[in-house]
Write a new protein. Structure first.
Length: 356
């Protein structure tokens, strides 16, 4: 009886239509005796027009719409809560179809508006300075859930700042390379003409540094930018502050980045926070310089955003100045990234669903 019940449920459960590729949609229509171009039409409604219901699909006959409704659902995300920082940054708590919440951030500056999107619910890595790490990983986001965050932020950008989104960074919750296929599928939709038509040059994927997957990115010939959260080029210290890196020694990371550069000719950006008592000394600077000389790269010095009970503190301005001077003396490009949206916990490493 119980078995029959579950069989019945799985038979009646509607499929997520956005899990289908364009080809699969075309094939579906052919199997129903319809013309394949119906698949293209529905695909366009689902992606470039972001339709939330089959009723909206005005060039599709009522009969077909009812048939689709009978078999499929269109899952979509909802902005559950929106908070605006006094620097203009907007943080969204996004509710997924199964009730989980992730966060996505809109960061406006003079020249650009950037979307910072999440790739997982929580995170499976354990960086000791990051608030997201305190939430365990619940699940990976689907391609449509990643894509929809960009759509929502693009709409907010137009509404509040009168311009389209210019950049996307995968620096929200989660480790994008631990959700490889879905993140790449989302980027494909973001860049394709039937999606948002954005240039991959305006997209940056940030990883904590998983060598095997960095090599896979290079093999897959991706055209977007790569950032690695390095934070220290000293093995023992990295193992302490980013314990997962025990399994991924710096030599392997270096080798994967050399492979990335050989294939893509793109420099990696290293994200780097300087903390008191961790990497605020000459030895740490020397190690970073040595690493950067071995791997074609630039460095983004990120301001530390304090999180509760972490015990980490931002290093003194003097030592940060010394970092900048030493990097520049060694012809390594260095940018200093100021925190945005700190007052609403929207800055790097602060995403932890604290809004509610
Ligand atoms: N897992 C990926 C994507 C998250 S990006 C990665 O680690 O790259 C988030 C960025 O913010 C990473 O560079 C991360 O190291 C950094 N970060 C985490 N906690 C932070 C904090 N409290 N202050 C400043 N940056 C932080």
């Amino acid at each position: 009886m119980r078995e029959y019940f579950f069989k019945f449920i799985s038979m009646t459960k509607k499929k997520d239509i956005r899990a289908l590729t364009k080809e699969e949609l075309r094939d579906f229509f052919v199997s129903k005796g319809e013309k394949p171009f119906r698949g293209n039409q529905v695909y366009e409604w689902l992606w470039s027009k972001s339709a939330h219901s089959f009723v909206d699909m005005s060039n599709i006959s009522k009969e077909i719409r009812l048939m689709l409704e009978d078999q499929f659902v269109i899952n979509h995300i909802k902005v559950d809560q929106m908070q605006k920082s006094n620097d203009g940054t907007i943080k969204n708590a996004i509710k997924l179809h199964d009730g989980f919440i992730v966060e996505s951030v809109l960061i406006p500056t003079d020249k650009r508006t950037t979307a910072c999107v999440s790739s997982q619910v929580g995170c499976s890595l354990n960086c000791t300075f990051c608030a997201t790490a305190q939430l365990q990983k619940k699940r990976n986001l689907n391609p449509d859930e990643i894509y929809d965050q960009v759509v929502v932020i693009n709409q907010q950008s137009k509404l509040y700042y009168g311009r389209k989104l210019t950049n996307i960074v995968f620096m929200g919750m989660g480790e994008p390379l631990m959700n490889y296929n879905n993140v790449l599928a989302a980027i494909e939709k973001i860049t394709m003409d039937e999606g948002l038509g954005m240039s991959p040059k305006r997209i940056t994927l940030s990883t904590s540094g998983i060598p095997k997957m960095i090599k896979k990115l290079a093999d897959d010939d991706v055209k977007f930018n790569l950032a690695v959260s390095l934070h220290t080029a000293q093995e023992e210290i990295r193992k302490k502050i980013m314990p997962f890196s025990e399994s991924f020694p710096l030599d392997d990371l270096k080798e994967s980045l050399l492979y990335w550069y050989a294939k893509t000719k793109q420099k990696v950006s290293f994200e780097y926070v300087v903390w008191k008592g961790i990497n605020d000394n000459q030895e740490a600077i020397d190690a970073l310089i040595k690493f950067c000389k071995q791997v074609p790269s630039k460095v983004n010095l990120i301001e530390y955003n304090p999180i509760e009970n972490s015990g980490f503190n931002q290093a003194s301005p003097e030592i940060i100045k010394l970092y900048i001077e030493t990097l520049e003396k060694n012809q390594i490009v260095v940018n200093v990234r100021k925190s945005r949206g700190k007052d609403i916990d929207a800055a790097c490493g602060q995403l932890a669903n604290k809004s509610s």
